[in-house]
Design a binder for this molecule. Structure first.
Ligand code: SF4
Length: 375
């Protein structure tokens, strides 16, 4: 029997320092803890179900806190375990601190062929506010070195809505990213996560943060600037040169199967969504003992499964392919959601045709509200 195809996500949760806005499963780097975690991750990989891996995404945390040899060995293990194609997209999320990027040539030699660089801003003051320790020149240097090492698929993450950010400074970041001529850009609005130092700052001084109108203005500037420079706005937060969409993330938006490995990692298989515990010690103990990783799971069925798939598809430029939905879920989306679609078309938030339903440019600014109508 042909094994199920799935994208692979590998969580490497250690960081050289902790940013005050961050809510990911992450910890400050500690050698023995990182070694113990790695042993647990290897055990989980070895015990994983038989799947044919399609893409790999090393996320974090800061994956490049691990030595290049560790990442090389992990790629080899995944290749063997999940029969990855030789040219499979393998992304490494990195922090652009040059001291953490000495392994560029080794990463490339291991088969990592895409870098996702957590830049956030090209304005030194904003980087300080975000608690980031790199400076804008570091990014230029790392991108230059990455190209020399043979990376031809580089993505940069930028953040808008940073306290103190102005339209001018956001434009400065966008222009600096464009000057690097990378293949892919992601732009995210800052979100205030409960329990973070930023949440406490927001409680004290909400005016320091961008409100919805301001965020929308900054997002509009990103769309105009990146679109004007020839990047395809292929998903709400993502822009790519032709041929450089992120295959790993496109699988999520198509509601494809994926396997998450590591603490806090999420998986989706056969309509079952699950997430591993975010407690690192619990994860490590279970994985090393060869026991099931504690966590939560829910089975999506019926309307919930269709609604979830619509929500994901609406994030993309193509939107919902109604023919494909009929075939896969047995649902005529246009008929089932007729009144919601007609209402939002009248409001200029959705557009539909014989074979698609998708967000309009305006709809992208209120995507969460639009998607809620299908859940
Ligand atoms: S480097 Fe990334 S994962 Fe680590 S604390 Fe900062 S934002 Fe979070």
């Amino acid at each position: 029997m042909t094994p199920v195809r799935a994208a692979l996500y590998v969580h490497l949760p250690f960081c050289p320092y902790i940013c005050p806005y961050c809510d990911f499963a992450k910890w400050a780097y500690d050698g023995p803890a990182a070694a113990g975690y790695l042993a647990a991750l290897e055990a989980e990989i070895d015990a994983a179900p038989a799947l044919a891996g399609t893409t790999v995404f090393f996320g974090g945390g800061t994956p490049n806190t691990y030595e290049p040899a560790v990442l090389t060995a992990l790629v080899g293990r995944l290749r063997e375990r999940f029969a990855l194609a030789a040219d499979a997209e393998i992304t490494l999320e990195i922090n652009p601190d040059p001291e953490l990027c000495t392994g560029l040539a080794a990463w490339r030699a291991a088969g990592i062929n895409r870098l996702s660089i957590g830049v956030q801003s090209f304005v030194a003051d904003e980087l300080r506010v975000l608690g980031r320790r790199h400076v804008p020149a570091d990014v230029t240097e790392v991108v230059r070195r990455a190209r020399t090492a043979g990376f031809a698929n580089i993505s940069i993450d930028l953040m808008f809505g940073v306290p103190g950010q102005t339209e001018t400074s956001w434009r400065q970041s966008l222009d600096a990213a464009l000057a690097l001529d990378v293949q892919h850009l992601s732009t995210y609005g800052l979100t205030i996560e409960d329990g973070t130092p930023y949440a406490r700052w927001f409680a004290r001084e909400p005016a320091a943060f961008a409100d919805d109108t301001r965020e929308a203005d900054l997002y509009a500037l990103a769309i105009a600037t990146l679109g004007g420079a020839g990047y395809e706005h292929y998903e709400i937060s993502n822009f790519a040169r032709p041929g450089f969409r992120c295959a790993h993330n496109e699988n999520y938006w198509r509601n494809g199967d994926y396997l998450g490995l590591g603490v806090g990692a999420a998986s989706y298989r056969d309509g079952v969504r699950s997430v591993h515990t975010r407690d690192r010690e619990t994860y490590v103990a279970a994985a090393r003992a060869g026991e099931p990783i504690p966590g939560e799971s829910e089975t999506l069925a019926g309307d919930q499964r269709v609604g979830e798939a619509i929500m994901l598809a609406l994030r993309t430029r193509e939107g919902v392919d109604t023919g494909a939905f009929r075939e896969r879920y047995g649902v005529d989306v246009r008929a089932r959601y007729r009144s919601a679609i007609e209402r939002m078309e009248a409001d200029g938030l959705l557009q539909s045709g014989a074979s698609f339903v998708r967000l309009t440019e305006r709809g992208r600014f209120v995507a969460n509200d639009v998607c809620a109508a299908f859940l």
